[in-house]
Design a protein around this ligand. Structure first.
Ligand SMILES: *[C@@H]1O[C@H](CO)[C@@H](O)[C@H](O)[C@H]1NC(C)=O
Ligand SMILES: *[C@@H]1O[C@H](CO)[C@@H](O)[C@H](O)[C@H]1NC(C)=O
Ligand SMILES: *[C@@H]1O[C@H](CO)[C@@H](O)[C@H](O)[C@H]1NC(C)=O
Ligand SMILES: *[C@@H]1O[C@H](CO)[C@@H](O)[C@H](O)[C@H]1NC(C)=O
Ligand SMILES: *[C@@H]1O[C@H](CO)[C@@H](O)[C@H](O)[C@H]1NC(C)=O
Ligand SMILES: *[C@@H]1O[C@H](CO)[C@@H](O)[C@H](O)[C@H]1NC(C)=O
Length: 424
């Protein structure tokens, strides 16, 4: 059960959200926090290419490519390993760049001779005026009817196809953080022909099956989420969550920049909903930029996620018995078929990740046919967001990731990961 502080903090946050959403305050641009992704990369001194990708269902997406690094300036990419980095729910590719020039993961890999691509799902800002061939993302609520299911089978599929065609390579290596990993499992089980196109899928703080969250604020967040979900569904307000996120960003950034200790504490505790508040690794200076990099997220995405966590399974979206019967031919939503995920998987697990426990990763491994690597991060206070913002992420995550990719590239396939029989 959630403890008292967590409840109070969440209630304060809710009140704050309501106040902000109801007020009409407008905010000035804040330089640095309003940088577009390509501007941020240029500011860090790295080359960037912008690629437009149109999905089967008409969404106009962007992928950013960092074709080479500063330490390694080789521009002939024919023999390079293609690495596609995939952000999680509510995040964006910005999140991989927040550590700046010296320490961000895309630069880490580009400097070591990899051809780096950053994925951007539907709902993220793009440099293009149109976000969909027909729909307007500000006016048409239909734009916001999607979860990580659609992002997996359409956005990720289109991005992989685009990259392979553009680079002339046969396979990509994927790195997914948090829900970014789930999109991979959705795609591979729904369209198994994509297994051929993936050399290796690395999950950072991600597991398709989540049933053992240990952090009280998160459990409370899930309960609260279930409640909010019911209300939104009842009122048919699919755009509510995207609107709340866009109206909240500005005032939160301002408060964080003022360094008001009270609001700072609220933010810190509130972010405990994703299991972060016990971190010693995360640099607090990043908070404003973390907030400014949040993207609008469809209501259906957290809703799908919450259903799965509450049920402890990895299933398709639950439309209720009637809707399910019509769509799936059965009253319960069907499970994603993890047996069909034959592309090699690798997992990184952090001791203090309040969202993804090692036991859940074990359970995922038992359900997957081809897991070749499991890395337990050897620092006891590393948590769910430290993969992105943690002080020592380079040594603790990016270097072992790089070593793994190099090993697979050289043709060495590690043995299947064994799960200890007493893991429960
Ligand atoms: C919000 O702004 C609109 C027009 O800009 C104005 O008509 C309305 O009274 C404002 N509402 C509040 C609560 O300030
Ligand atoms: C790519 O690899 C092939 C075969 O190993 C080699 O012949 C070729 O020179 C390499 N090209 C570049 C640009 O490194
Ligand atoms: C594949 O790439 C070429 C150029 O690299 C482009 O002309 C062609 O339209 C692409 N095909 C698809 C299906 O994206
Ligand atoms: C998950 O859902 C199924 C059917 O929808 C139900 O039988 C089962 O009890 C649920 N499990 C949990 C832990 O809620
Ligand atoms: C799941 O995938 C496996 C491997 O491709 C296949 O043999 C099995 O029939 C699939 N199960 C379902 C329920 O589709
Ligand atoms: C983190 O990095 C600092 C400085 O590079 C080093 O002193 C410290 O031991 C590292 N901590 C861990 C857990 O790797």
């Amino acid at each position: 059960m959630a403890n008292m502080t967590d409840r109070i903090v969440l209630i304060c946050l809710l009140i704050f959200v309501s106040l902000v959403v109801c007020s009409n305050k407008t905010f000035e641009n804040i330089p640095d926090y309003d940088l577009r992704l390509e501007e941020r990369i240029v500011k860090h001194g790295y080359p960037v290419e912008i690629h437009q990708i149109i999905t089967e269902d008409g969404y106009i997406l962007v992928a950013y490519r960092i074709p080479h690094g500063l330490k390694n300036q080789e521009t002939d990419n024919k023999n390079k390993s293609v690495v596609l980095i995939v952000h999680g729910m509510g995040g964006s590719a910005h999140y991989f760049l927040i550590q700046g020039k010296e320490r961000s993961s895309p630069y880490y890999f580009a400097d070591r001779g990899m051809d780096v691509w950053l994925f951007s799902s539907r709902g993220c800002e793009t440099p293009f005026e149109k976000k969909h061939v027909k729909l307007d993302w500000n006016k048409d609520s239909e734009y916001w009817v999607h979860s990580f299911h659609e992002i997996g089978i359409y956005d990720l599929a289109a991005t992989i196809d685009y990259i392979l065609n553009y680079t002339g390579q046969e396979k990509v290596t994927m790195i997914g953080h948090s829900a970014g990993g789930n999109m991979f499992y959705v795609l591979m089980s729904e369209k198994p022909q994509y297994n051929e196109k993936v050399k290796l899928a690395i999950s950072w703080g991600s597991s398709p099956i989540i049933r053992r969250m240990d952090y009280p604020a998160m459990i409370f967040g899930i309960q609260l989420g279930s409640l909010v979900k019911g209300v939104i569904k009842l009122l048919r307000m699919v755009e509510l969550i995207p609107t709340v996120i866009s109206s909240l960003k500005r005032p939160m950034i301002e408060l964080l920049l003022k360094k008001d200790p009270f609001w700072f504490r609220i933010f810190q505790l509130g972010s405990g909903v994703i299991g972060t508040h016990r971190s010693v690794m995360h640099i607090d200076e990043f908070n404003p930029i973390i907030v400014s990099s949040m993207q609008r997220v469809s209501f259906k995405q957290p809703s799908h996620f919450i259903d799965n966590v509450v049920n402890g399974t990895f299933r398709k979206y639950d439309y209720g018995p009637k809707g399910n019967l019509k769509l799936y031919g059965q009253t319960d939503p069907p499970h994603y078929n993890l047996s069909a995920v034959t592309a090699p998987s690798a997992f990184f697990s952090a001791p203090l990740d309040g969202m993804i426990s090692l036991e859940d990763v074990y359970e995922a491994i038992l359900n997957l046919p081809n897991t070749i690597y499991l890395y337990k991060i050897p620092f006891y206070r590393f948590n769910h967001i430290d993969y992105l913002f943690g002080r020592n992420a380079s040594e603790l995550v990016y270097e072992p990731t790089y070593q793994l990719i190099k090993k697979i590239d050289s043709g060495v396939i590690p043995p299947q990961v064994e799960v200890p029989s007493d893991y429960r």
